[in-house]
Design a protein around this ligand. Structure first.
Ligand code: 1GP
Length: 241
């Protein structure tokens, strides 16, 4: 079980995010060849707007690597029985009922039959300086970056509601990633694993966020731009072993 492996050790984890729309089969295989040699803990698949069939992407990943595949669905069109697990996201920074419970009701029977491992995740969108796809598509507002107290209270409420993971998200390709201060404040207050993503591009970013308390770092855009950077980014987590 993927969640149990997250809990079973204190080691820092690294997740590669694949947005199917940003990949051809060739570029996907190339990025996976780097992923296979670097010690990535799991591959997330999804995006705010995905027009390619998610099954195909998951299939290519499963045929190319043994790294567990975790769905990160932006919509009901992004469900696949071929993955290993799903982050069942509740967009708890927002006040759009569809993203808090509506889509989950629609997906519930499918998920129960799918055999996917379900990881209920409190998903918190934080202002990354520019309007993110998540903000636009979900029609929710991000929490302002300077309002660390609101982020902490939101994360706490998410944990109290039973979410097994908290994900701090600045949005894919964010101009400004989540700050160390916010990560540290949230980490002090919750016990479930803390994921951080959006705009993380350099080993220094990763190092500082791990130091601040991130348990799992998610990188998508930087690896799309230059798959070779994965080696340096993933190597950072080994400094904490
Ligand atoms: C987006 O947090 C992820 O949901 C990854 O963001 O593409 O900026 O790495 P990047």
């Amino acid at each position: 079980m993927i969640y149990n492996t997250l809990l079973s050790s204190l080691a820092k984890k690294f997740a590669l995010l694949i947005d199917p729309d940003n990949q051809t089969e060739n570029s996907l295989v190339k990025i996976l060849s780097f992923a296979n040699t670097t010690g990535i803990d799991f591959i997330m698949v999804g995006g705010s707007l995905v027009s390619n069939p998610i099954d195909q992407t998951v299939e290519i990943i499963k045929n190319t690597t043994t790294i567990p595949v975790v769905l990160f669905p932006g919509s009901l069109l992004q469900l696949s029985e071929k993955a290993d697990a799903i982050l069942l996201l509740a967009l708890i920074s927002g006040r759009n009922p569809d993203y808090l419970i509506g889509n989950h009701v629609l997906a519930a029977h499918f998920l129960k039959k799918s055999g996917l491992e379900i990881i209920p995740t409190g998903y918190i969108l934080i202002d990354g300086k520019s309007v993110s796809s998540v903000e636009y598509i979900s029609n929710t507002r991000p929490i302002p970056i300077e309002k660390a107290d609101i982020v902490v209270a939101t994360a706490l409420a998410g944990e109290m509601l039973g979410h097994k993971m908290i994900y701090l998200e600045a949005g894919s390709g964010a101009d400004r990633r989540v700050s160390e201060r916010v990560v540290a404040e949230v980490k002090k207050n919750i016990r479930v694993p803390l994921m951080v993503g959006g705009g993380i591009r350099t080993p220094e970013d990763a190092l500082n966020l791990y130091k601040a308390g991130a348990d799992i770092i998610v990188v998508g855009s930087a690896a799309e731009d230059d798959p070779e950077i994965l080696k340096q980014l993933v190597a950072v987590k080994n400094k904490f072993v």
